[in-house]
Design a protein around this ligand. Structure first.
Ligand code: FES
Ligand SMILES: [Fe+2]
Length: 388
């Protein structure tokens, strides 16, 4: 990186009063995506999908993440794993469609077959017609290549490089903060899932918007009626996460006065508090007394991003038909709030096409969480700086 670029990174990492945001290059250039894949996504824990998509042994879900074909597999040993989605023979993409595998994962080219735990099991005719083994083809060494993965709040995180510290260590302070929520969650069903397709913006702007409540009165006037700006606070850490909280949360009740099941044994503060945390780089999770949500931000190109949003409840009975109306009301509420954000998230991207824009100036009070994210991104690109 050139000297000028290093200066800009230093400015993004400076104390908030003096900092300017990340340079336009990070948001608009084609090169930024490849550089971020290598320096930000691969060495850290990135979200690629949801375990609810592979609920039972034998279930498979192929995904592309930053151009990499991966497959999430629920093994017959009941463990969910992520593999590079490529046959060890000639590299055919192994799993094309989500679904259930009743037997082995079979490559359609020459029929090499793998177990759902990734072991190579069959290699037909590999030693010549009718000979299904060869001394130089060691099945024990040619299983599917596994990617390190970790599931948290149903999000499937991967560490592509394999070199990150364990997930629990990287996010230790966040997990401690949410210790009371260490309990099962149950997906609310596809009727309460939604995908905001094709946000014409850079993925980081979606993260940054999530980190702050500053825009609340202007972008979410309806929400601001019940959960006002002054009810919110930044959540800051030294680790790769930040977010915001509200102290004006109210659990949902329907017309008959019924509420969703509450998570068990929560302390009193959660009666009125809800927290929203961005797990860097690309996962956002919200926790409430009666539901959680998880968002995986999927960068498609420098100017195109998908947000995958899923809602979860504290008890499997919340998936029953009698809760459908209430679930839909909750999903619609979140959908409209997130949709309110889309215009400004996209407009920030447009603004970064202004060649004179210097990265922007933070409110030292309101933008601390966003500033922390900028410093974290910058740290991966600064000379002689080691990333987290
Ligand atoms: S490429 Fe898969 S069996 Fe040949
Ligand atoms: Fe918002």
């Amino acid at each position: 990186m050139n000297v000028h670029f290093q200066d800009e990174l230093k400015k993004a990492s400076a104390p908030i009063e003096k900092a300017t945001g990340l340079p336009n290059w990070f948001y608009t250039s084609e090169e930024s995506m490849a550089a971020e894949k290598e320096k930000v996504f691969a060495p850290n824990w990135a979200g690629i999908g949801f375990a609810k998509d592979v609920p039972e042994p034998g279930d498979v879900k192929p995904v592309f993440f930053l151009g990499e074909p991966l497959v999430i597999v629920h093994g017959r040993d009941h463990k969910v794993r992520v593999f590079h989605n490529a046959c060890r023979h000639r590299g055919v993409r192994l799993v094309e469609e989500p679904g259930k595998t009743t037997g082995l994962l079979r490559c359609r080219y020459h029929a090499w077959c793998y177990s759902t735990e990734g072991k190579l099991k069959q290699t037909p005719h590999v030693g010549g017609p009718g000979i299904h083994h060869h001394k130089d083809i060691n099945k024990d060494e040619l299983g599917l290549i596994e990617v390190r993965s970790h599931i948290f709040k149903d999000v499937v995180f991967v560490n592509l490089s394999g070199g990150a510290k364990p997930f629990e260590e990287v996010f230790k302070t966040a997990l401690e903060r949410w210790k009371e929520f260490e309990q099962p969650i149950y997906h609310g069903g596809e009727d309460s899932s939604f995908k905001l397709l094709n946000l014409k913006t850079n993925w980081k702007l979606a993260v940054e918007n999530f980190c702050e409540a500053y825009h609340l009165p202007f972008i979410h006037p309806g929400l601001n009626e019940i959960s006002k700006l002054e009810d919110h606070e930044n959540i800051l850490s030294k680790a790769p996460w930040s977010g915001q909280l509200t102290r004006a949360f109210n659990a949902s009740y329907d017309e008959g006065g019924r509420n969703f099941a509450f998570f068990s044994n929560l302390s009193k503060k959660w009666d009125t508090e809800a927290e929203y945390v961005a797990f860097y780089p690309n996962v956002q999770i919200g926790v409430h007394k009666d539901h959680t949500f998880a968002i995986v931000i999927e960068p498609k190109s420098p100017g195109e991003t998908d947000e995958h949003i899923e809602l979860y409840y504290a008890d499997p009975s919340m998936r029953d038909e009698e809760w459908e109306t209430m679930r839909n009301t909750n999903a619609s509420m979140w959908k409209s709030i997130f949709k309110e954000d889309v215009d400004v998230i996209q407009a920030m991207y447009h603004g970064r096409r202004a060649s004179g824009f210097d990265g922007g100036h933070f409110s030292p009070v309101m933008d601390e969480a966003t500033h922390h994210f900028h410093g974290w991104i910058a740290s991966h690109f600064m000379d002689s700086t080691k990333a987290t």
